[in-house]
Write a protein that binds this ligand. Structure first.
Ligand code: DGI
Ligand code: FE
Ligand code: FE
Length: 198
């Protein structure tokens, strides 16, 4: 079964309150813009953005069951439930809506934590979710600015902000978030401190 974009939108809208649907529509617009500017596939960016928070408002128990039954990383259950809806969402839209594009599913799966070796499409959806115009948190302007210049640096800055936020509140950081950050640090050319002369 292949659903039209309109059918996917309707099916997703039914899973969430209107405020979350409005966030979804802003992520969709932002993702298409970012894709067009960076050379990612705008149609895939649009579909992934529509679906990215598909099961965000499912009851905790239902999300837990999907993690147990669909061979998702079981360590998720030891971390904050906010992390669950991305991997659960990727499985859910495949099972319930017949979405089978692996690039789109990867973008949904990695939209909260990223992952090492993120594709361009994954970075676009991750950042669209972070910078959509309805957001406001510390450091956002810097990420918006970086998103116009260098997606890797923008994702890195967003992860830095999230990690700092979690540490300040005494919360656990999911290891994948750290692995994504380390991967970007290895890839981004660093401004090295001047070597001392002997
Ligand atoms: O679903 P959205 O609200 O649109 O955005 P999101 O999917 O990026 O989820 C953000 C939430 O996830 C936010 O409350 C911070 C939390 N989060 C992100 N990375 C981590 C994390 N929480 C924990 N405990 N550990 C993480 O590594
Ligand atoms: Fe999300
Ligand atoms: Fe979101």
């Amino acid at each position: 079964m292949k659903m039209s974009r309109e059918k996917l939108m309707e099916a997703t809208r039914r899973q969430m309150p209107s405020s979350r649907w409005e966030h979804t529509l802003r992520v969709k617009e932002t993702a298409v813009e970012l894709a067009e500017r960076t050379g990612a596939d705008p149609e895939k960016a649009e579909i992934a953005a529509i679906l990215h928070d598909y099961c965000k408002y499912w009851p905790e128990e239902k999300q837990r069951e999907w993690i147990l039954r669909h061979r998702l990383p079981q360590d998720l259950l030891q971390f904050h439930k906010e992390l669950w809806h991305a991997p659960v969402g990727a499985v859910a839209v495949r099972e319930e809506l017949g979405v089978d594009d692996e690039e789109v599913l990867n973008a949904i799966r990695s939209h909260t934590t990223g992952r090492p070796g993120m594709s361009l499409l994954e970075k676009v959806v991750f950042l669209a979710d972070y910078i959509e115009p309805g957001r406001s948190f510390p450091g956002l302007d810097e990420v918006r600015r970086l998103a116009r210049e260098d997606l890797d640096r923008a994702v890195l800055k967003a992860l830095d902000n999230t990690i700092l936020y979690l540490v300040e509140r005494g919360l656990k950081v999911y290891p994948l978030t750290i692995l994504t950050r380390n991967d970007l640090l290895d890839k981004i050319p660093q401004i090295l401190p001047k070597e001392e002369s002997h």
